[in-house]
Design a protein around this ligand. Structure first.
Ligand SMILES: [Fe+2]
Length: 340
């Protein structure tokens, strides 16, 4: 296998072209070309490590060819040959990416020294490129690892939410079905309000477990068919705070806390647990509060039959601005939001 470094010598004059080839041929694989076009076609076919090229050539001069080579083969080093030892020519050559230049007539040792240095630079660049590729590979591997960990955490999150939802189901089947429907209506409202996707997902999860605190309420109160006594009503009003205590210990459920805590607040401030009003109530909780009431009204309960859609609309209209956020009520009344 030939692992010698490769060089093309481009010069329209035979004598310097051949003499450079003779100087270099024992150390490197050297090919020659009698013009810039020919040299560049050779480069296209088979890229090389270094080009030695005359500046003054017919058809295409060395400075133009240098720029072309640097554009298409940025890693190939170029050494220019010049019979016009002017500082300006050298400066142009370096500015356009030449590694160095040799002045004609050149000395054999100078040629070897400049080419050697040019190839060293090329090797260093290759090494750096390799290191960069290794680092990029490593970065992409780490990104994959982070993504895998993220989906593991997410599935753990979903598992926890499902477990909580099933706990509600075991305690009170009505609340379980009701929570799922509230989540659906809440998401439809949020979408029509133009709420960002991330918040819609949060609202979906939060609405599914908004009544999780009912786990802590006695079943005889929870399942009571008749009117609640004053004491029982006080008891049931504790479920938002109990819910907050349950999810507080689960860090990734903290987004659900505003909904769990505030879904029984009223627009006029006469709700519970904190009695906050209007825009003080987080928008997610305002949405879930309306969806909660809508689904409760549209459901058959042991103490009354489900209300018709018209009756539900009447209730929403009558209580907009007092119990409910009027903007959310208007959205539902407009018929743009599915209530099923
Ligand atoms: Fe509730």
């Amino acid at each position: 296998m030939n692992d010698k470094e490769t060089i093309i010598v481009i010069d329209d004059e035979l004598a310097p072209r051949e003499s450079i080839r003779m100087v270099l041929k024992d150390h490197y694989t050297v090919n020659t070309a009698s013009g810039a076009h020919e040299g560049m076609s050779m480069l296209e076919r088979d890229p090389v490590d270094l080009v030695v090229m005359d500046i003054k050539m017919p058809k295409m001069d060395g400075i133009t060819a240098l720029q072309e080579i640097k554009k298409n083969h940025p890693d190939t080093e170029v050494v220019l040959l010049t019979a016009y030892a002017s500082l300006e020519t050298a400066r142009d050559a370096i500015r356009f990416g030449a590694f160095d230049y040799l002045i004609k007539p050149f000395d054999k040792d100078d040629v070897l020294a400049v080419v050697k240095k040019g190839l060293e630079k090329r090797r260093t660049k290759k090494g750096l490129k390799l290191e960069r590729d290794i680092l990029l590979d490593r970065a992409s591997y780490l990104e994959d690892q982070v993504e895998a960990a993220r989906s593991k955490i997410l599935s753990c999150y979903e598992g926890t939410v499902s477990a909580l939802i099933l706990t509600i189901d075991a305690k009170d089947h009505y609340t379980y079905n009701h929570s799922n429907r509230v989540a659906k209506i809440s998401c439809a409202v949020a979408e029509s309000m133009g709420v960002p996707d991330k918040l819609i997902k949060e609202i979906d999860r939060a609405a599914s477990i908004h009544d999780i605190g009912k786990i802590g309420i006695e079943e005889n109160i929870l399942r009571k068919n008749g009117m609640l006594s004053a004491d029982e009503y006080i008891e049931i009003q504790k479920h938002p705070e109990i819910g907050v205590r349950i999810v507080k210990s689960i860090p990734f459920l903290e987004d659900a806390i505003p909904v769990i805590r505030h879904h029984h607040e009223r627009h006029d401030g006469r709700g519970y647990p904190e009695g906050i009003a209007g825009e003080q109530i987080p928008v997610s909780a305002r949405i879930v509060a309306v969806a909660d009431a809508v689904d409760a009204m549209m459901s058959d309960r042991p103490y009354r039959a489900a209300l018709s859609k018209e009756k539900v609309f009447d209730e929403l209209r009558d209580n907009a601005g007092t119990q409910f956020d009027p903007e959310i009520v208007n959205l539902l009344l407009s018929g743009k939001v599915s209530m099923e």
